[in-house]
Design a protein around this ligand. Structure first.
Ligand code: SF4
Length: 205
């Protein structure tokens, strides 16, 4: 059975393909204050009970998948308008709205999962940013859907090949939770982090 792509990997890939490979191929994960804040936020979101308010059912921690796209993952929140059957996935993020599209890509992939599972159409969703207390509506138009499908295809290639892309230092790196482990200024090469740690061990042993 082919390896499934976690929804979170799409966001990691859209942010930086190397970060995606380090986390999902090399299993590199480092807890720091950024990831701890993110975990806390998702624990709070996931611990909420399902409820219905003003004709909208709120379901938390909803498992979804799209086997045809090799996707699986979990929605933070699914809003279900009972009168119209409209579904709106909502993703919670620790920080603030990004310049890049990576959060929107992850959210759009959630919609693709819902559409495949429920044979329905999901036209829009929302991103909720903890730092700015801001809810951003996201329309799943053709452009975003195309971009999302392209990222899914790229992540599948990355998983199947198992090659870690080279480090390229730029301003994203300052916001990257793996900055210290990746060391992009030093590693302007396609070596994996494990390979480089092995070199250092050999040199200093
Ligand atoms: S530090 Fe930069 S190059 Fe390295 S994984 Fe993070 S964003 Fe990518």
């Amino acid at each position: 059975m082919p390896r499934l792509v976690p929804l979170s990997a799409l966001q990691h890939y859209a942010f930086c393909p190397r970060q995606c490979a380090l986390i999902h191929n090399e299993q590199l994960w480092v807890e720091n204050y950024l990831t701890a804040q993110g975990n806390l936020l998702h624990q709070r979101v996931d611990s909420g009970e399902p409820e219905t308010r003003r004709g909208v059912r709120f379901e938390r921690g909803v498992q979804v998948s799209a086997p045809s796209l090799r996707l699986s993952g979990k929605l933070d929140l699914l809003e279900h308008e009972l009168a119209t059957a409209k579904l709106t996935p909502v993703e919670y993020k620790r920080g603030k709205p990004k310049v890049g599209n990576w959060d929107r890509v992850q959210l759009c992939a959630q919609a693709l999962c819902l559409e495949e599972m429920l044979s329905t159409q999901v036209n829009d969703g929302a991103l909720w940013y903890w730092q700015t207390r801001h809810r951003e509506a996201v329309l799943f138009d053709e452009e975003l859907r195309g971009q999302t499908l392209a990222v899914i295809a790229d992540v599948i290639t990355l998983f199947d090949r198992g090659v870690t892309p080279k480090a390229e230092f730029d301003k994203r790196c300052k916001a990257c939770s793996l900055m210290d482990q990746c060391n992009p200024k030093l590693l302007q090469t396609d070596r994996s982090v494990q390979y480089v740690s092995g070199l250092f061990q050999t040199e200093f042993e």
